[in-house]
Design a protein around this ligand. Structure first.
Ligand code: MEV
Length: 438
């Protein structure tokens, strides 16, 4: 068993931890956790016990047209095809008129849970709203200066446990808001406890982000969709059917919605946002039950988040309509965003959007990722697009670099073999036919 790392591992600097790794874990190369000294120091500022940073690819899905404006979208992801798919969809939708999007409010709800609350506690707390608001006024002063701040308070009993829940709505403008909301509900804790006559169990924001629901939609001529020897109308029909399947079948809906998140999470990551908060909000929205607008299913449960339909026009042409509606808790200031150079550069590339505009872009990218996935799935399948990059990855793993990598991947694609042995064989052949150096 490996020797424990020294007790002061946690308390030393990132550079110190790297030295300890070097001494105590000789099989682990500290340089594999990045070499850039400023980034290593930044990692130390951002998280505890940092030893370095993870370099993930960032690509740009260029040429989205959103509410009439061209937007190049930075996407950080480890998955091949995500950026190609978003680019493909962004281009087709742009040539058909672009995306239209509307953003939800920038309001986040904090929750205080109280056990053993006395009878009438909910009314007492609601009546005390002005006083409670005053208590946290210093915490909200800067946000109010930016047009945000207190937006209201509610209180209700949970029917099962009888626990009292106090909801506080705060407009956090361009910040995602988790820090501010958590500070405010924690600041209210003592007073809520006194008013309720009970005991506060916990105080924390809700990641449901129910008031941050944003929408994106497009309508494009089906003629733009023809591929793999199929007419555009047939591809559109198949996309609509694939979406209906994902509305009906929760097993498929999970994969369908994962495809949406391929785009949305990659944008959240490139802009330094909290990807888990985004995913929690989106997946909870997919399970919210009831009849989704334009949906075909009325049962509660997890379902696809996109909607597609066709429209026949008087001139005989037809359009494919696509739409997505999801909560988008993203920010453009605060947290890692202000201090991480990649996040700052990504926002710059996006034209420095505010949080509402970024939410709108995120929904468009989610819809684009889904549209591209469905278009591939119902025609040639997704593997063909994957295999080119996959071959390059395997060639890399076999030791091929630079031009060799491309030659090995091409040889693998030519014989349809994508395993590591095929890559090593191809690499051997490439090297044996390479002219001698010098
Ligand atoms: C792969 O990352 C995403 C897809 O599986 C999404 C989908 O099936 O709709 C292709």
């Amino acid at each position: 068993m490996a020797e424990p790392l020294p007790r002061d591992f946690r308390r030393t600097t990132a550079a110190g931890r790297r030295r300890m790794l070097n001494d105590f874990r000789p099989g682990v190369d500290p340089n594999a956790f990045g070499r850039d000294e400023e980034m290593i120091e930044l990692a130390d500022v951002m998280v505890e016990s940092a030893v370095g940073y993870l370099a993930l690819p960032v690509g740009v899905a260029a040429g989205f047209l959103i509410n009439g404006t061209r937007v190049d979208v930075p996407l950080a992801t480890e998955e091949p095809s995500v950026i190609a798919a978003a680019t493909y969809a962004g281009r087709i939708v742009a040539s058909g008129g672009g995306f239209e999007t509307t953003a939800g409010e920038t309001v986040t709800t904090g929750q205080i849970y109280v056990e053993h609350a006395a009878p009438g506690a909910d009314q007492r707390i609601v009546a005390a709203e002005p006083k409670l608001r005053l208590t946290v006024a210093p915490l909200l002063a800067a946000m109010e200066g930016r047009g945000g701040g207190w937006r209201g308070l509610r209180s209700e009993r949970l029917p099962g446990s009888g626990v009292l829940r106090v909801d506080v709505d705060l407009d956090t403008r361009d910040a995602m808001g988790a820090n501010l909301v958590n500070s405010v509900v924690e600041g209210l804790r003592p007073e809520v406890e006194v008013l309720s006559g009970g005991r506060v169990v916990m105080a924390i924001l809700s990641n449901a982000a129910s008031r941050r629901v944003s929408r994106a939609a497009f309508a494009i001529p089906v003629t733009l969709l023809s591929r793999a020897g199929l007419s555009g109308a047939e591809v559109a029909r198949r996309i609509i059917l694939a979406n209906e399947i994902a509305i009906e079948d929760p097993q498929r809906a999970v994969t369908h919605n994962k495809g949406i998140m391929n785009g949305m999470t990659a944008l959240a990551l490139s802009t330094g946002n909290d990807t888990r908060a985004l995913e929690a909000a989106v997946h909870s929205y997919a399970s919210r039950g009831g009849t989704p607008s334009g949906g075909t299913s009325s049962d509660a449960g997890y379902r696809a988040l996109t909607r597609y339909r066709s429209e026949e026009r008087a001139d005989g042409s037809s359009l494919l309509h696509g739409a997505l509606e999801v909560p988008v808790p993203l920010g453009t200031v605060g947290g890692a965003i202000g201090i991480h150079p990649t996040a700052r550069a990504s926002l710059e590339l996006l034209g420095n959007p505010d949080a509402s505009a970024l939410a709108g872009i995120a929904v468009c990218v989610g819809l684009a990722a889904n549209f591209a996935a469905l278009a591939a799935l119902v025609t040639e399948g997704i593997q063909r697009g994957h295999m080119g990059l996959h071959a390059q990855r395997v060639a890399w793993a076999a030791g091929a670099r630079g031009e060799e990598r491309r030659l090995v991947a091409a040889a693998m694609s030519a014989c349809g073999e994508y395993g590591i042995d095929a890559a090593k064989r191809a690499l051997g052949e490439v090297r044996s036919t390479k002219p001698a150096q010098g």
